[in-house]
Design a protein around this ligand. Structure first.
Ligand code: PRX
Length: 649
């Protein structure tokens, strides 16, 4: 609630400098308004004009078609996403331009030019082919932030196989669920990954997952940590041996892909326990990543762009790999964490590589602000010209710290709102044009018609909170949920007939959007998207637990944290030790990011007479508020008082 209280009081406005605006792609609000109007009046013409900037093997026949609620873009067109990210850039004279600067947790940084990256991608693409991977096969990746991750994604794109990256912080159970759902044929992993000076045994996790994944025929292992691993004969192969083989060429013809062929699946949490495989296809996704990156990050030839996201999330897909590379940009990617060895890791990386654009999450900003101003002040951050945030609402105090201390009052901040499903940024300031209000994601990007609706589908008034919806299709939108088209329709289109984001928001009198958070059972913990149901089903899988329900509560650094109410089975005793065990259980089954901060043992949960858990009551208790609303519909209203009395502070 603190965030909402603070945005209600927010009235400061910050303007881009004349110099920034003069040099920007979009220079003023007048220009924004003019292009925006055109983009929503004639969206097909707008996107077709932009699509001309990509290189096509065959031009499309039709820009947009609504196939019974499933949207198709650029049908009849053929291209290759990898070709557009590498060969097209090289052909424009940038063979020797740096594509990636990789900053590892231990060891020296590495640089890859576009020319070198293309060779590595081609070698690995050929290795994949030799391993039996063909167009349309799914390849799963469970890799840390090492260059082999973008290389393997681009190699898949080159030969037309579908990549599905699983965040390396996820547990083996989470990996298993995703591999089973995607029916991947090959898994790429590493012998280990580094985080906070420790080695995480990725290959061991993968081995545990693969016991129940019969579709996986081969595993390719990157040697990263010199960690001892077991290699299964005829299933497991070392990356370096595969690409080191003499008959693996560094030339690989790109596959000609239809615009609506699948490019990748990325799993994300929803309102049920099973995560959703979000499907993105070739042309529309690539175009949207390309165009949003170009204008929102206002990218220029000499920029050094540093994005701190993990490629295991959509931010890494769109704004470390496809968006920046298709623009021929130089990207810094890093391995490790923002606070190791010291909480100046980001500032040191910016100083070392003279980064000009920096994109991170509000959680990181809050955590680093807490360390004081000296750490950023002791580094030379003068190279910066633009800052960005993503993943969760940024509270105005954190925004001001970012603006004053990191950006030295010179750098506009783009607070970019979007989702795994949207493929790219939908609501955002444009840095050379938009006056900034701390805590607001500002206005819709070109071609996006966003609105806030009431429960009955009518339009909310200015400053009235409601459901954030997108009323028109856009090229980067998800095409379906993998193996579950019914769930796609139901989740996103059933309620209002237009795309339902799952967020609540309000629009102020100037047309600025203020995102207030999830309206469904998804919790954003430190910017990570976690389904309440995933944590609940993990808790009830423990032998001591009869029932569990989770809610969120505001957290100073993480934005939101998880509060779990747990009813134990009869013969188990409540103890602090058991709470700790349950937390570890969730960490092991889902991943450390899903660990509840607080667990309260309860004798019962508040349910309606028909047995439905009343979540709003649990949320009020978790937040320490008395605003439970009406409790008389409960089967047992006295439970509420008992729960509130035993609340974990
Ligand atoms: O609740 C919104 C929040 O993150 C959700 C999407 O999460 P995910 O699919 O993991 O993608 C995160 C990276 C794009 C949204 O439904 N969110 C994302 N960006 C913002 C945000 N909330 C407020 N402000 C943002 N800028």
């Amino acid at each position: 609630m603190a965030y909402i209280d603070s945005i209600l009081k927010e009235s400061r406005v910050f303007y881009p400098s004349h110099e920034f605006s003069r040099n920007a792609h979009i220079k003023s609000m007048a220009e924004y308004s003019k292009i925006y109007k055109k983009s929503i009046e004639k969206p097909e013409a707008f996107w077709a004009e932009k699509a001309e900037q990509l290189e096509w093997f065959r031009k499309w026949d039709i820009v947009l078609r609504n196939d019974m609620g499933f949207f198709k873009w650029f049908e009849g067109g053929y291209l290759n996403a990898c070709y557009n990210c590498l060969d097209r850039i090289i052909k424009s004279g940038k063979r020797d331009k740096i594509a990636f600067i990789w900053e590892p947790e231990t060891g020296e940084s590495e640089k890859y030019t576009y020319g070198q990256l293309l060779k590595e991608v081609c070698k690995f693409a050929n290795a994949l082919k030799k391993s039996g991977i063909k167009k349309g096969d799914v390849v799963e990746m469970y890799l840390p932030m090492i260059p082999e991750l973008p290389i393997s994604m681009l190699a898949c794109a080159r030969i037309g196989s579908i990549h599905s990256v699983v965040f390396a912080g996820f547990s083996s159970d989470a990996l298993k669920d995703r591999v089973q759902d995607s029916k991947a044929e090959l898994l790429i992993t590493a012998d280990g990954s580094f985080r906070n000076g420790k080695i995480i045994p990725l290959k061991d996790n993968a081995d545990a997952a693969l016991k129940d994944c019969p579709t996986i025929r081969k595993v390719i292992v990157v040697k990263r940590a010199n960690n001892k691993v077991e290699m299964t004969n005829e299933r497991d192969y070392w990356w370096h041996e595969l690409i080191g083989s003499k008959d693996v060429s560094d030339v690989c013809e790109p596959e000609s892909m239809h615009s609506e062929d699948s490019l990748f699946i990325l799993y994300t949490s929803g309102t049920t326990g099973k995560s959703k495989g979000i499907l993105h296809t070739q042309a529309g996704y690539l175009l949207f990543a390309y165009q949003t990156f170009k204008w929102i990050f206002d990218v220029k030839e000499n920029d050094i762009y540093f994005c701190t996201a993990d490629i295991g999330w959509i931010t890494g897909h769109s704004y470390i790999v496809y968006g920046p590379l298709s623009n021929g940009a130089t990207v810094v990617m890093y391995e490790g964490s923002p606070t190791f060895p010291k909480p100046d890791r980001f500032w040191r990386i910016i100083e070392k590589h003279k980064a000009t654009i920096f994109y991170t999450a509000p959680t990181a900003i809050r955590a680093l602000a807490k360390e004081g101003d000296d750490l950023p002040n002791n580094c030379n951050l003068n190279s910066l010209r633009l800052l960005g945030t993503v993943g969760e609402p940024i509270n105005p105090e954190a925004w001001m710290w970012y603006y004053n201390v990191v950006g030295k009052k010179r750098c506009p901040i783009v607070d970019t709102w979007w989702q795994t499903e949207t493929g790219g940024i939908l609501i955002t300031p444009l840095p050379g044009a938009t006056p900034l209000k701390p805590g607001s994601a500002a206005k819709p990007f070109f071609g996006i018609v966003a609105d806030v609706l009431r429960e009955d589908g009518s339009k909310a008034n200015a400053n009235e909170g409601g459901y954030l919806v997108i009323k028109n299709p856009w090229p980067g939108m998800l095409r379906t949920i993998w193996n579950d088209p019914q769930r796609y329709r139901h989740t996103y289109f059933e309620k209002f007939g237009v795309y339902l984001t799952g967020d609540s928001a309000k629009i102020d009198e100037d047309g600025y959007f203020w995102i207030m958070g999830r309206i469904d059972d998804v919790i954003k913990v430190a910017g990570h998207r976690i389904g309440s149901a995933e944590v609940e089903s993990s808790l009830v899988s423990h032998e001591a637990v009869a029932e569990a329900a989770v809610a969120s509560f505001p957290h100073e650094i993480k934005g939101q944290a998880i509060y779990a109410f747990v009813v134990l089975k009869k013969n188990f005793k409540k103890s602090e030790e058991l709470k700790e065990k349950l937390k570890q259980h969730v960490a092991q089954h889902v991943g450390p990011i899903a660990k509840p901060d607080k667990i309260q043992f309860a004798d019962d949960l508040p349910k309606t007479r028909s047995g439905k858990i009343m979540r709003r009551i649990l949320k009020a208790i978790a937040e320490g508020s008395k605003g439970y609303g009406n409790i008389m519909t409960l089967a047992e209203p006295s439970i509420v008082e008992a729960l509130a009395k035993n609340r974990v502070a």
